[in-house]
Design a protein around this ligand. Structure first.
Ligand code: SF4
Ligand code: SF4
Length: 135
């Protein structure tokens, strides 16, 4: 039995925009769940990483843009290393944050990092922060 789901023009526009910004083909995800099983921050997310992708695949912009999980994602790339399709959920989450906060503005930049903390914080944490709060 063939099941087809109709995606409207608005939904398609949203899906295409997320794909364009992230550089990822979200259609290729087949919901195996390997990303969520390995995500070290899934415990703190309101929806799982594979569910972020599912919302985008279905064009559910409001739900995807309002989920807390896109803020919690730490851009650690564990999901990408586990994904059989090479999908990088960090880039998808970043694209969703860009669509949610479209102002051409940096909310946080290198000059905002206190000197004493800059020497102590792991570089990965700083890069993740810049990616989340800078345009
Ligand atoms: S591991 Fe990849 S294919 Fe599997 S659910 Fe996650 S994003 Fe989709
Ligand atoms: S990049 Fe984000 S979604 Fe992927 S494993 Fe790391 S925290 Fe989880």
């Amino acid at each position: 039995m063939k099941i087809s789901i109709k995606i409207g023009a608005d939904e398609k526009k949203f899906i295409d925009r997320v794909s364009e910004l992230s550089g990822k083909n979200v259609y290729s995800c087949y919901q195996c769940g390997r990303c969520s099983a390995g995500c070290p921050f899934a415990f703190d997310m309101d929806i799982l990483p594979n569910q972020i992708i599912r919302l985008v695949q279905m064009g559910l912009a409001e739900e995807a843009l309002s989920c807390e999980a896109i803020n919690v994602c730490a851009s650690c790339f564990t999901c990408q290393s586990r994904c059989p399709k090479g999908i990088d959920i960090a880039s998808v989450a970043e694209a969703l944050r860009q669509l949610r906060d479209p102002q051409e503005k940096d909310f946080f930049g290198p000059d905002d990092v206190p000197r004493e903390l800059a020497d102590e914080l792991p570089q990965q944490a700083l890069v993740a922060l810049f990616r989340k709060l800078s345009k």
